[in-house]
Design a protein around this ligand. Structure first.
Ligand SMILES: Cc1ncc(COP(=O)(O)O)c(C=O)c1O
Length: 353
């Protein structure tokens, strides 16, 4: 293939994270739900035999939009549902970023935020986080771009951003501000920006079923924003992109908030124990409000992650990235999973000295 056949904006792209999982039965690398499959799945998938798979799903996923609207006390016309929150982010970029334009994003953060800019024919202006991985609000306000995006809790640093900083960014920006809350369920109560979408004409919040709902394999995500922003996004979305099976299971999962609460309780209950265990091994642990923890290794984090993978536990290395030197990230698991992680990590560190 000739390079010039490729659109100029995508010539230097690399494949996304494709880990070798063959020797690591315990996956703590993608911040998914440690409790296993969502209990709504079994029954809901049984129903799928009779939901008419020969027909298209509803064009904009109305059943799930209705269910989420009732969960949040919102209007269904304030909600877009799609194939993972990654699709929702893609829609947002397609709707609000001019070709050749830019997204203003925090760095370090979710790498796909910049990637969505690039694949949509634009770019990103990355504004470094400050001390304690907090937002440089003035820097982001000054940066030129068609929209602003951040995630809180932030991936991979695991902290939340100060609420007043995000609010100032929203209030002082004359452009859409996207608050990606993929890990919002795990953060301190009252920290979500969803209740503010009617107050701010430029605020869009995104969420996912991949984490607290344990449905990463089904690919379901959503946004909440005022009706004008939402309608503009619906016009851009690929019609029917949320398939009938995923929508049906997600509706049932929304009705089972007990499972979400149980997940959050277990993860939040385990966080301190895992943080203490990692610190006791000589690792520097950063504060977390998510279902994962970032820590800094005294030596090469890639080697630690590689040695741990060989012992059956996969976590994710970020150590080659600027501002994340020798940092790695682990999902917070169940007590048994965390104990196994700590045991194996202790072995690695002993053998490594
Ligand atoms: C910050 C953030 N946003 C969005 C996503 C994408 O989630 P989904 O599985 O809903 O596409 C992730 C996935 O890890 C994430 O970390």
């Amino acid at each position: 293939m000739k390079q010039r056949w490729l659109r100029s904006t995508v010539r230097d792209l690399q494949l996304y994270y494709v880990p070798d999982i063959s020797s690591s039965p315990l996956r703590m690398d993608t911040n998914t739900n440690p409790l296993g499959e969502n209990p709504s799945c079994r029954e809901a998938l049984e129903d799928c035999k009779t939901i008419g798979l020969e027909q298209y799903p509803s064009t904009y996923g109305d059943a799930l939009r209705r269910e989420l609207a009732s969960l949040y006390g919102a209007d269904m016309d304030e909600i877009v549902v799609g194939n993972g929150s990654d699709e929702i982010l893609d829609i947002i970029f397609k709707t609000f970023m001019e070709p050749g334009g830019n997204v203003v994003m925090a760095y370090p953060s979710y790498s796909l935020h910049g990637w969505f800019g690039q694949i949509n024919g634009g770019g990103s202006v990355q504004v470094d986080l400050e001390e304690g991985y907090q937002l440089d609000v003035d820097g982001m306000l000054k940066a030129k771009g068609d929209l602003v995006i951040l995630c809180t809790p932030n991936n991979p640093t695991s902290n939340t951003f100060a609420k007043e900083d995000v609010l100032r960014l929203v209030e002082e920006s004359d452009r859409p501000v996207v608050v990606d809350e993929a890990y919002g369920e795990f953060a301190r109560p009252g920290s979500s920006f969803i209740p503010l979408v009617d107050k701010y004409p430029n605020l869009i919040v995104t969420r996912t079923f991949s984490k607290a709902y344990a449905l990463a394999g089904l690919r379901v995500g959503y946004s909440i924003a005022n009706k004008d922003l939402t309608l503009a996004m619906q016009k851009v979305k690929v019609p029917y992109s949320l398939n009938k099976v995923s929508e049906h299971v997600a509706v049932k999962a929304v009705r089972d908030q007990d499972f979400v609460r149980r997940t959050v309780d277990i993860v939040n209950g385990e966080r301190k124990r895992l943080e203490d265990g990692l610190s006791a091994l000589g690792l520097y642990v950063y504060p977390s409000e998510a279902n994962f923890i970032m820590f800094r290794c005294p030596k090469d984090s890639a080697e630690l992650v590689g040695r741990l993978a060989a012992k059956g536990v996969l976590i994710r290395d970020f150590g080659k990235k600027r501002l994340l030197e020798n940092c790695a990230r682990t999902t917070i698991g169940t007590r048994e999973q965390n104990d196994l992680l700590l045991d194996r990590m202790a072995e690695v560190i002993r053998e490594w000295r």
